[in-house]
Design a binder for this molecule. Sequence first.
Ligand code: GRF
Length: 205
Amino acid sequence: MRTDARRVGVLASGRGSNLQALIDAQRRGELGGELVVVVSNVEDAHALERARRAGIPAVFRDHRGRRREEYDADVVAILSAHAVDLVCLAGYMRLLSPGFVKAFEGRILNVHPALLPAFPGLHAQRQAVEHGVKVSGATVHLVDSGLDSGPIVLQEAVKVLPADDEDALAARILEAEHRIYPRAVRALLEGRCRVEGRRVIVEGE
Ligand code: GRF
């Protein structure tokens, strides 16, 4: 990542609370960059509304009936047209094609509601409750071509309480996501992340 790389694009499919955390961090001057475009594959995703309210270009692209590679090339073109340096997945419910990952190699972040490599994939909070773990949490990681498998940038642990159901745990993990995602974005944009194989050394964290 160039240290002058400061333009951030966000892909989101849903309510967009992590996008909001990034918007709020930018407002506080704590993002280390500028959110320049939000793209969604869901027309009525609340994330698009949050982007519009924040004055960020919001683009809907329907993925239905389109081949993954072709759709992703379209999204890559939108991000490139906005000169995006860093792509943040924020509740983006699609796997990225190899072509997408290659186009932004080492410059795609995702937030996941578990302490990876535990509980990758969907319903991570439910998986944690059902497995009976005592601690779960949130992870921000670089995206590679696998499922939730890229090098880990930041994590925050969250206790699983005896009374927790999926929703209660998800709500507390979400608060942790909102804390670590902006910090991870900032660390990457400020050139404070050094990737050594699977390990990401984050200066100042
Ligand atoms: C978050 O729990 C995130 O970890 C997962 O999808 C959810 C998105 O929530 N990848 P939101 O749309 O950011 O509110």
